[in-house]
Design a protein around this ligand. Structure first.
Ligand SMILES: C[S@@+](CC[C@H](N)C(=O)[O-])C[C@H]1O[C@@H](n2cnc3c(N)ncnc32)[C@H](O)[C@@H]1O
Length: 326
């Protein structure tokens, strides 16, 4: 049923009908004129709620991300006042994309979260569609209201989009949080235009310090996000301050701080809010696989990608879908 929710979406919204497809049967979608869509072929409705169209009925395993991005809506969002635009710097290092790669292009941000990287891409002149399995998509739509950006709540494995629609697809810090990272990466190829760029950034399998946070995460991901957050509100300052204190002890202090960090990893950024956010992000997800360049290159080769490049922070891989006729 269409809802009366007013869409908070951008001008791009009106142009999107041509590339929207029913995730269930693949038919073209029609607007319900209330910011949602329906499929006259299989009679499914994808209503607008809180300003975005919903193509999933629940957040499923991504509920902790919904909590995270609703709680930390703007912590990582670049602003005009920033001396260093941290998300832009991150985007450059994790994608090896430059403004000229995105200007005027139709871009898909897979797992957009609260929209920090889509914000960069729109600033560089791209028209961006962001999808996210969690309620974070609502936050992205609000954060980027008025930009050339549209957010949908949708699953990477069943996107409401037509094949070969996008000039550039990127996914940063997302696909290792799905039950099958390889399948998720390979699912993206279909939506890319021939000659288009596919960029993914995944957690690195070369980083052995993850071992202990992975051990604790076996238990912490089962907690309600609110409960885990309350525990971390105490644990993060405790372990962070303990490490800072130990470092001041002559001789044994630094190795002891290292051991504490190894056993009970908490993020060490200066800003306490960013520290909480990133630590919650380590301990809350159900799925969190780690990968190597060897693996990801193999997946890209299996898709026939060419012109492969790596970014500055592992594991960042970019490739081009061959143009037609190649
Ligand atoms: C660590 S956050 C990264 C968000 C954003 N890319 C960033 O770096 O700020 C991972 C995001 O992936 C989303 N996600 C996980 N599984 C997904 C799926 N199957 N389809 C779409 N999004 C998914 C989560 O909801 C979450 O917002």
């Amino acid at each position: 049923m269409p809802t009366a929710e007013p869409p908070v979406q951008s001008p791009l919204f009106a142009d999107l009908l041509a590339i929207l497809r029913c995730p269930s049967c693949g038919s073209k979608l029609e607007s319900d004129r209330a910011g949602g869509f329906f499929c006259s072929a299989c009679k499914r409705a994808y209503p607008n709620a809180q300003g975005i169209a919903r193509f999933v009925d629940a957040q499923h395993y991504a509920a902790s991300f919904g909590f995270q991005w609703q709680r930390y809506q703007k912590t990582q969002l670049d602003s005009d006042k920033d001396e260093v635009r941290e998300s832009e710097r991150n985007f450059l290092m994790k994608t090896a994309l430059r403004p000229e790669d995105l200007k005027g292009k139709l871009v898909l941000d897979v797992g957009c979260g609260m929209g920090r990287f889509a914000e960069v891409a729109t600033r560089w002149g791209a028209r961006v569609v962001g999808i996210d399995l969690s309620a974070a998509a609502e936050v992205a739509a609000r954060n980027l209201a008025g930009r050339d950006f549209v957010a949908f709540q949708a699953d990477v494995f069943a996107m409401p989009l037509a094949p070969e629609s996008f000039d550039v697809i990127y996914s940063i810090g997302v696909l290792h949080h799905t039950p099958d990272c390889e399948a998720a990466v390979k699912a993206l190829d279909k939506y890319l235009k021939p000659g288009g760029l596919l960029v993914v950034w995944l957690y690195s399998g070369y980083n052995k310090w993850y071992r202990f946070s992975d051990f604790w995460r076996r238990y912490t991901h089962k907690m309600k996000p609110e409960t885990l957050h309350r525990i971390l509100k105490v644990a993060v300052p405790f372990f962070y301050n303990l490490q800072q204190g130990l470092k001041r002890v002559p001789l044994v202090g630094r190795p002891a701080a290292g051991i504490v960090h190894h056993l009970f990893p908490v993020n060490r950024q200066k800003d306490p809010e960013a520290r909480m956010l990133d630590t919650f992000d380590w301990y809350s997800p159900k799925y969190q696989s780690k990968h190597t360049y060897e693996q990801v290159f193999k997946w890209y080769q299996a898709m026939g990608m060419e012109d492969m490049r790596v970014g500055e922070i592992s594991i960042a891989v970019r490739g081009r879908k061959p143009a037609r006729g190649n």
